[in-house]
Design a binder for this molecule. Structure first.
Ligand code: SAH
Length: 242
């Protein structure tokens, strides 16, 4: 029994890896959040789909597992990379008592890499990803991770920076970082990476506090080596002689 867990990248089909496209072609049944299935509709025409809402991830994985048990070749699709705040770990957990199901994880381009490319080269030095969603992680843990990132002079890609119900999270995160980082720290915001309506903006850590962000946004915070070069966000690796 084969279950694919496929990262489809940040946007439509052109953002997918060839390996992801080929695996999808082999599937009879595709499980995913409606928006992601819409992004790849040209590849899944005529295939059975398992669609559940944003917060029904467990149900979706169970339905995918059951379809695989029925003998279908099934793909669970995640945006970006399925292993970065995606469905991959949940799928392993849901199938834990059934070693006959072979799970193949197919990597995708995560928002940090795709958004970084839109901005320029903000993650060329050591960096971390931190999700500001406290739905599954306590806020105290998120605060601790932000402080550690700042202490380590790491560039930061912030996932889930805000939503309709979590409007103050980005400001709280900025205030924590401003305890130790300069207000002039170069920051970037990218919305709808690789999708229609892609938007990009450069700002400072101070300016970031008041920026409206939503679930379709990824935020980048530079380190002491990050500069704005001709409107792009660039973290220097430290090469000399330029
Ligand atoms: N597995 C995904 C991340 C899922 S968490 C990945 O690897 O990219 C959801 C968060 O990812 C969003 O709140 C946003 O911060 C980021 N994200 C995912 N796709 C995005 C896109 N196309 N544009 C901007 N941000 C995106």
């Amino acid at each position: 029994m084969k279950l694919y867990c496929i990262g489809i990248g940040p946007g439509g089909v052109e953002q997918m890896t060839l390996r992801a496209v080929r695996a999808l072609e082999r599937c009879d049944c595709v499980a995913g959040y409606g928006l992601y299935l819409d992004l790849i509709d040209e590849l899944i025409e005529g295939k059975e789909t398992i669609e559940t809402g944003m917060t029904r991830e467990v149900d979706r994985c169970i339905a995918a597992r059951d379809a695989a048990r029925d003998g279908k070749t099934v793909a669970v699709v995640s945006s970006g990379d399925a292993g970065v705040y995606g469905m991959a770990s949940l799928l392993f957990e849901v199938c834990a008592d059934d070693p006959a199901i072979e799970i193949e994880v197919i990597p995708g381009v995560t928002a940090a890499c795709a958004g970084g490319a839109v901005l320029g080269a903000p993650l060329t030095d050591d960096f971390v990803c931190v999700s500001l969603s406290d739905l599954l992680t306590p806020w105290a843990v998120i605060e601790k991770r932000l402080r550690c990132a700042a202490a380590g002079d790491l560039c930061i890609a912030l996932y889930n920076p805000g939503s309709r119900t979590r409007t103050a999270h980005l400001r709280r995160a900025c205030d924590i970082l401003l305890e130790s980082l300069p207000p002039s720290t170069v920051c970037g915001i990218v919305r709808n990476i690789g999708r229609t309506g892609e938007r990009v903006a450069l700002t400072t850590l101070d300016g970031l506090r008041d920026r409206p962000v939503d679930m379709l946004t990824t935020v980048f915070i530079g380190n002491s080596r990050t500069h704005a070069i001709n409107g792009r966000m660039v973290t220097s690796r430290g090469y000399r002689g330029i």
